[in-house]
Design a protein around this ligand. Sequence first.
Ligand SMILES: *Cc1c(COP(=O)(O)O)cnc(C)c1O
Length: 218
Amino acid sequence: MGIAEVSAKISTAAREDGRPLSDIHLIAVSKTYAADAIRSALNAGHRAFGENRVQEAAGKWPELRADYNDIDLHLIGPLQSNKARQAVELFNAIHTIDRPKIAEAIAAEMKSQSKALALFIQVNTGEEPQKAGIAPAETTGFVEKCRNELQLPIQGLMCIPPVDEEPGVHFALLGELARDAGLKQLSMGMSSDYDIAIQFGATHVRVGSAIFGARTKP
Ligand SMILES: *Cc1c(COP(=O)(O)O)cnc(C)c1O
């Protein structure tokens, strides 16, 4: 496909669902892709990217940031608290806050670096044992804790639906949980289902292979 085709498909989905295009942000997921592929998206004017590993992002993005202005880099993979300092240095947004320890580490780093990031809480909508995320029933309480005890400006919720289930059910659940918690942003939808996610109110779609091609590395 490529970024122009994905953007066009997002425009169509937004129009069909009566949503302003400005409400929907395309995060080009560049994990495993080399800087050359990323540069072609940057040269086409795209600025929002996602990486799932702090270490990989540290190897690619400082150089790209030196060459292009206004890069908006999102961490969409699991975060260990010993990488919180580096994550807050490198990224503009973190989508994967999934436990108190990580929320505390990010709060401390944002304070010591005087840096504000856009923050999302990952919800394990399918309650899969192998998957990260807060359980749906605990989401509102966790959002409250982040807000009130840690003064973390949480903007929204994020999910990765189980591979073998209708994603719409999970997108609808994430939307309900966000409403309950008074949150407006929804990070959901990947290459295979971002148009469906937009129907269910996604504000941030995370699209990798439909833009950059099939990944050869995991
Ligand atoms: C890799 C990844 C994506 C993008 O996946 P594609 O299927 O390549 O679009 C989105 N979200 C997360 C959390 C990912 O790890």
